[in-house]
Write a protein that binds this ligand. Sequence first.
Ligand SMILES: NC(=O)c1ccc[n+]([C@@H]2O[C@H](COP(=O)([O-])OP(=O)(O)OC[C@H]3O[C@@H](n4cnc5c(N)ncnc54)[C@H](O)[C@@H]3O)[C@@H](O)[C@H]2O)c1
Ligand SMILES: [Fe+2]
Length: 370
Amino acid sequence: MWNFKLPTEIIFGNGVSANLEEIASGFGSRKMLVTDKVLAELPAIQKIVAGLKNVSVFSDVQPNPTVVNVDSLAARLRDEKIEVVIAVGGGSSIDCAKAAACLVMTDEKSIRAFHTEGKKFGLSHLPVIAAPTTAGTGSEVTPFAVLDDVEKNKKGPIASDSFYPVKAVVDPELTYSVPVKVTAMTGLDALSHAIEGYWSKNHQPICDILAMEAAKKILSNLGNVLDNPSDKKGRNELSYASLTAGMAFQMPKNAIMHACSFPLSNRFHMPHGSACAFTMEETIRLNAPFMSGRMEVFADYCGFENIEGMIQTIRNLKKKGGLPSTIQEAGIPREQIDILIEESFHPLMNNNPKEVTKEDLENIYRELGA
Ligand SMILES: NC(=O)c1ccc[n+]([C@@H]2O[C@H](COP(=O)([O-])OP(=O)(O)OC[C@H]3O[C@@H](n4cnc5c(N)ncnc54)[C@H](O)[C@@H]3O)[C@@H](O)[C@H]2O)c1
Ligand SMILES: [Fe+2]
């Protein structure tokens, strides 16, 4: 027995972001475009802003958005009586917009009530239109927002059905300017979503096929794009893959790789994609024997003779993208491994096909140089 839902309408294709005014005005006239400072300076984003009527811009989103970012955006949404929110950016801008668009419909002034203190959202929210500029998080089709409460030292996801954007406007051209290292990190984040959606205990047939399709596209295009960042065809495929990977994990949810990524990001400031990729090879080796041959099917679908062949390609992609593959390269002191392991037991770990023990994580970190 399984179910699948995705309330977000997807509009995909080169140039579709030129239609944002028409798409957004169906939801109201007062608009807020949410982005970050780097993106706000890019000609492609300035062109989008110029094409929107009656729009304010919020460009204070930080990478790994904070509760303070969300609270300031929500205050602006309230003050300016905004009717529709347009997030144009990576996962950081989209997550910040999704969370603020819900917060604004409640009596709370801070998202902390829902993030750090565990209160649940109702279903009301301002409509969010999400146009991703990275090929990575899939946030345009997920019910999650990952936020950082810096003061309380807690970074993690919150989930709510009210977070699904009403429209995902996926224009691969918006990703053409992503720097090489960010392309590697975001591409491997998308790959981690495909793998985790596939091996989650809650996996199901629709998400399985989306996951395999996403992984195949990433594994056959990411290396070429890292070698040649102006490979437009390859970047188009990565945009499609990150969208399908988002659809693949949004219901089954992530597992061990993301659970391990949180302390890596919290304690060692590893960007999200890099943190997910850090344990990828070893977690594949750990889980494969507990998946009744499904990981072999996955590797075969992606064009590899066996799982080890796929792992080798992943390792090469990390090298090519300049991402760390050992604790030494990541700058993690050996004496911090115990605390890293302790903090990896996030609830997402319960979705893992192999029940993860402390010893499993010790073995993984030993293979990574500890
Ligand atoms: N909501 C979800 O389902 C979900 C899933 C995975 C990760 N996340 C979260 O998303 C965040 C990461 O998002 P991200 O990886 O997309 O990165 P990001 O949004 O933080 O952006 C990374 C950097 O790339 C720059 N950038 C983005 N697009 C660009 C472009 N087209 N050209 C040039 N520069 C560009 C940004 O300005 C920023 O400096 C993390 O907080 C992570 O935890 C959310
Ligand atoms: Fe992720």
